[in-house]
Structures are given as C-alpha cells and as structure tokens.
Design a protein around this ligand. Structure first.
Ligand SMILES: O=C(O)CCC(=O)C(=O)O
Ligand SMILES: [Fe+2]
Length: 312
C-alpha cells in the first residue's frame, strides 16, 4: 500500500489558521498576525510593568524582576533599570494577555485545545545599555524546556508600545532590538548552548554560527504578534536608540505533555542555574516542577500541571 507523507506536522487544526497560514508555519516555524491584541490590554500591561518597577504596586504571584547590571552601574532606576519581569501568570493584569481569546485561539490551532501557559515575561530594553547586556543571543527555547514534544509547545510574542528618542511611536526594528528568526530551523536539532563571551545576563545562553543562514528581522507595530516553534533559532539585537523596546511573551504547552529529566545531560547546568534562581526566592523545587509551578491553566482539564496550577 502506498503511504503518503503527513501533510501537517507542526500544527494541529485549521480552526484559526487559514491553509496558507498553516503551511507558512509548517515551513518556517513562525507566523506573524498583525494587530492581534487590543491596545487597551497592552497599555494596562505596560503600565503594570512601570508601576512594579517604580514600586508603586506589588505584583501578584511569584514574579521575578531582572536588573540590567550595566545600567545599575550608571545609577539608573525603575523602567530605566529593569530589562525583564518573569513569571507574571498569577498577576491579574498580565494574565489578561495570556488568556486573550484571539491569541489562545491561534495557539489552539498550533498545539491543540488542552493548553497550559508555562513561561511568561515582559521584556524591556531600556536605552543606554551595552550591546552585550541588551541583546538576546540566538537560542532555542526548547533547550530550556523540560517538556515536549516540541510540536506541542508554542511561543506568542507581542510588540508593546515602543517609543523613540523623541517620545514618538516607533516600530520594533533593527535599531531598537527587534526579534530575529532563522526560518526553517524548527525542523532541525537542538544545538549546544553556552554563555557567549561578554554576556552576563542570567540564563542568556546562545548558539554560535549560522552566519550564512537566512535571517528574518521581525519589524513589528504595537499589537502585532508572532507565534513561533520552540526549536526555531531566534534572538534579538541590542537597543542602540535612546527609546525603549518593549514586548510581552507567553509560552504555551499541551497540558498532557511529557516531562524530561535533564540530570546527567548537557542541559543539567542550565537546570541547576534556574533551580538556584528559584531557591533564592524560597521556591525549592526540582527543575521539572519549577515549570509546573510557573504554569497556569488556560483551556481544558488541568492534567499534568494540576498539582501546582490548581493553587488559586
Ligand atoms: O524579546 C526578546 O528580546 C527575546 C524573546 C525571546 O527569546 C522569547 O520570547 O523566547
Ligand atoms: Fe526565546
């Protein structure tokens, strides 16, 4: 009997993707939707970030605020100092982004209808930092994730309001540190990740090489959203402007995913580093459980994450 190759390997259904969009994601490992998220939600998230940075409000849940060490040396404070807030899924304001219907609909066409959000961050690139502190070295998200398979995982990344030195609205572009992707690399393997020379930011591991591989810079306006596969090689350049570059991102996984043990593998080092980061916040858990603890149920039954995601 003749066998036919499976047409779709990286997406689950066509409910919220046209055939063309589905094929694009299958071939390239990413897809951009223009203006997917309402300004209202994005404005609230950005304000929340600023209010947390200025200590005007305390975030809900176990968020982690990350300081740019280079900017700290120059006496910067608040949103001029912090480059990231991680793990905001239990904060009601940020959570609105993670459950935004149009966004989760697209996610459901890529990974299916049992959805847990596990990794979340608002990434700020304040002006005035060094190239090494403000770029995000090229990497594969799956390298960090102790769950899979990768086709059951997807990232959503949305451009927030970005302003230039004249305080005018600006796209996220090559000058202020846009995201770049290497199309098609989601079909490849996981590559070795290491700390690139000069990079001090915690857990900013990178992959070297691929200089000859086509690279797409994602120029985005406020609300534009890219969905990408966790094996695709991607990163972001430094912000060389006097404005801010700001984005919000959540990674989703099929609630019934498998969990992998990194102990005894090359990824043990990164696992230990993240376990220690959480231990400093008094969250003492094995690596796999950290991802469950960070997670929050979005659609469908609680499944593998239940022990932690039912804590509300
Ligand atoms: O926004 C950035 O600079 C990098 C984001 C990223 O790597 C991600 O969302 O996985
Ligand atoms: Fe990433």
């Amino acid at each position: 009997m003749e066998t036919y190759p499976q047409k779709f390997k990286y997406t689950k259904n066509s409910a919220f993707l046209t055939d063309e969009q589905r094929q694009f994601y299958e071939d390239n490992g990413f897809i951009v939707f223009k203006k997917l998220i309402s300004d209202e939600i994005l404005d609230q998230c950005l304000q929340r970030f600023v209010d947390i940075c200025t200590k005007k409000v305390a975030p809900q849940g176990n968020t982690i605020l990350m300081k740019d060490l280079e900017l700290a040396k120059t006496g910067k404070t608040a949103e001029h100092l912090y480059y990231k807030i991680n793990d905001f899924l239990y904060d009601d304001v940020f959570f609105q982004y993670a459950v935004y219907k149009k966004l989760v609909d697209v996610v459901s066409s890529i990974i299916g209808n049992n959805i847990t959000a596990t990794h979340s961050m608002l990434i700020n690139k304040p002006p005035g930092s060094t190239c090494d502190a403000s770029r995000h070295p090229m990497h594969q998200d799956q390298y960090y994730f102790p769950f899979g398979p990768p086709e059951n995982v997807v990232a959503a990344w949305t451009a927030l309001e970005t302003i230039n030195e004249k305080n005018a609205l600006e796209t996220i572009n090559e000058k202020n540190g846009c995201l770049f992707v290497l199309p098609g690399t989601h079909k490849g393997k996981l590559y070795h990740h290491d700390y690139p020379q000069g990079v001090a930011n915690k857990a900013f591991y990178g992959v070297q090489g691929f200089d000859d591989h086509p690279r797409v810079n994602l120029i985005m306006n406020k609300g534009d959203t890219v969905f990408f596969h966790p094996v695709i090689l991607h990163g972001s350049g430094p912000n060389t402007t006097q404005g801010f570059r700001r984005a919000i991102s959540v990674h989703y996984v099929d609630t019934n995913c498998e969990f992998y043990d990194f102990m005894g593998t090359k990824r043990e080092e990164i696992a230990n580093e993240i376990v220690q980061m959480f231990a400093k916040k008094n969250v003492i858990l094995p690596y796999q459980d950290i991802w469950k603890y960070k997670g929050r149920l979005i659609r469908g039954p609680a499944g593998n994450f239940q022990k932690y995601t039912s804590r509300l």
